[in-house]
Structures are given as structure tokens and as C-alpha cells.
Ligand binder design. Structure first.
Ligand code: SF4
Length: 228
């Protein structure tokens, strides 16, 4: 086994145990080889048809006022054939600077969660409802969500994951077409166009409310089971 592989396994186990300890769980669960294989679809020779074209289109988008204040459009990143897709709300400061999703503090926590699931960021696909940063990280406006939501829905259509994990109120309500609060939506599998959707709290919320990490970890265990 190569040193990088060993380091990756150690990081994964460490992240898993951290989350387990924080959630006070005593029963240990490790994803089976089959579950990991199911979640990590083989790398495709080429991205699904249309994803590159969609990216070009979105990078040039000026459909809402956020195009005037953005530094970069944050299209999304990861395995274009992923079985598991995470969808958050909107890019923050770091994401706007780097043009990549979930690379700030909340992103580091999401990475930890993904690794605790026995996966790597490259195994899943990560995107947001809005592709451009709202100034000062304010909440997305309804008009902005309406202008942008078809981009992420087209990404879902092209990637065709088995499970979408919606992070926070805006992503969950957008995919499930509801105004039900995230506290009532989370933890139960819902459906979007035949794809299972697991709503859970956003990692940024968890940074402010670390006691709720155990709730999200419980939701992720359901996702791991579904991917088996
Ligand atoms: S947020 Fe979405 S709709 Fe608005 S400019 Fe950016 S890509 Fe276009």
C-alpha cells in the first residue's frame, strides 16, 4: 500500500472517530467495501454530455444582479458520475475568491464529514443553489434562487446521483419545493425526480451550533446505508 493511500485511510478513520465522539455514539459503523464502491463510481473517461457546456454557460451567466459583485462563478466540483451529491446554499468569501465550492471553514467541516463516511471529496459532487456569492454572505433572495435554480437542477440531471444531500434550508426547500423549516425536513429521505434527497443542517450552521453535529452525523449514517 502506498504512503498516500495509508495517510488517506488514517485521515478518514480519524475524521470518523472525531464525529462519533462528538455525537456521543458508542456503536461503530464502517461503510462496507460494497458501499464505498457504490458511492465511488468509476472515473468516467469523459464528463457526462452537457456538463462542460453547462459550465461554460453558467460561467458567463448574468441572469441576476449577483453577477455584478462576484469575483468568480462557483459552478461545482467533484466526480461528474458521483452517486452522492451535496448541494449547499451559495458561495462564501473563500469560494468566491477561488471559484470552488465549500473551501472555507464550513467546507473543511464538510470534507471531514465526507471523509468520516469513508469517502473523499473527489468521490462525490459538491455544488450550490446559487453560483455567485451574495454580498456579505447574506441569505439568497427568492428572485436569485428562481434565476439560478435550474443550473443546479440541470447538474443533477446530468450527474444523476443516487442520493442528493441538501445542506440547509435553502437547498432543501428548493429541491423539495416547500417552505417547511429545515428542522422539520431533515433526517427523513424525500424524493426529487426519482432521486432520494436527504435534507440536513448546513455545515456553516454546525460551526455555530457544534452540539448539532451528532444530528447531522445520524443523517449521514442513513445516507451511507442507502448507498450500500
Ligand atoms: S447567481 Fe446564478 S443566475 Fe445569478 S448571475 Fe450567478 S449564475 Fe447567473
Amino acid at each position: 500500500m502506498r504512503k498516500e493511500e495509508l495517510n488517506s485511510i488514517v485521515a478518514s478513520v480519524r475524521a470518523y472517530l472525531d464525529l462519533e465522539r462528538e455525537s456521543g455514539v458508542e456503536e461503530y459503523y464502517f461503510a462496507s467495501d460494497e458501499a464505498v464502491a457504490a458511492a465511488c463510481a468509476d472515473r468516467p473517461a469523459a464528463v457526462p454530455q452537457g456538463l462542460d457546456e453547462l459550465k461554460k454557460e453558467v460561467l458567463a451567466c448574468r441572469e441576476c444582479d449577483l453577477c455584478q459583485t462576484r469575483t468568480n462563478v462557483v459552478f461545482g466540483a467533484g466526480n461528474p458520475k458521483a452517486k452522492l451529491m451535496f448541494v449547499g446554499e451559495a458561495p462564501g468569501e473563500q469560494e468566491d475568491k477561488q471559484g470552488l465550492p465549500f473551501v472555507g471553514r464550513a467546507g473543511q467541516l464538510l470534507t471531514k464529514i465526507i471523509e468520516a463516511m469513508g469517502l473523499k471529496r473527489e468521490d462525490v459532487y459538491i455544488a450550490n443553489i446559487l453560483k455567485c456569492r451574495p454580498p456579505n454572505n447574506r441569505a439568497p433572495l427568492p428572485a436569485e434562487i428562481i434565476a439560478c435554480r435550474n443550473n443546479v437542477k440541470r447538474q443533477v440531471e446530468m450527474i444523476n446521483p443516487r442520493v442528493i444531500c441538501t445542506l440547509g434550508k435553502f437547498a432543501s426547500q428548493t429541491f423539495l419545493n416547500t417552505e417547511t423549516p429545515i428542522s422539520a425536513l431533515r433526517g427523513i429521505f424525500r424524493e426529487y425526480n426519482g432521486i432520494k434527497v436527504m435534507p440536513t443542517f448546513h455545515p456553516a450552521y454546525l460551526l455555530r451550533n457544534p452540539d448539532d453535529k451528532k444530528i447531522v452525523w445520524g443523517d449521514m449514517k442513513k445516507v451511507m446505508k442507502e448507498l450500500e
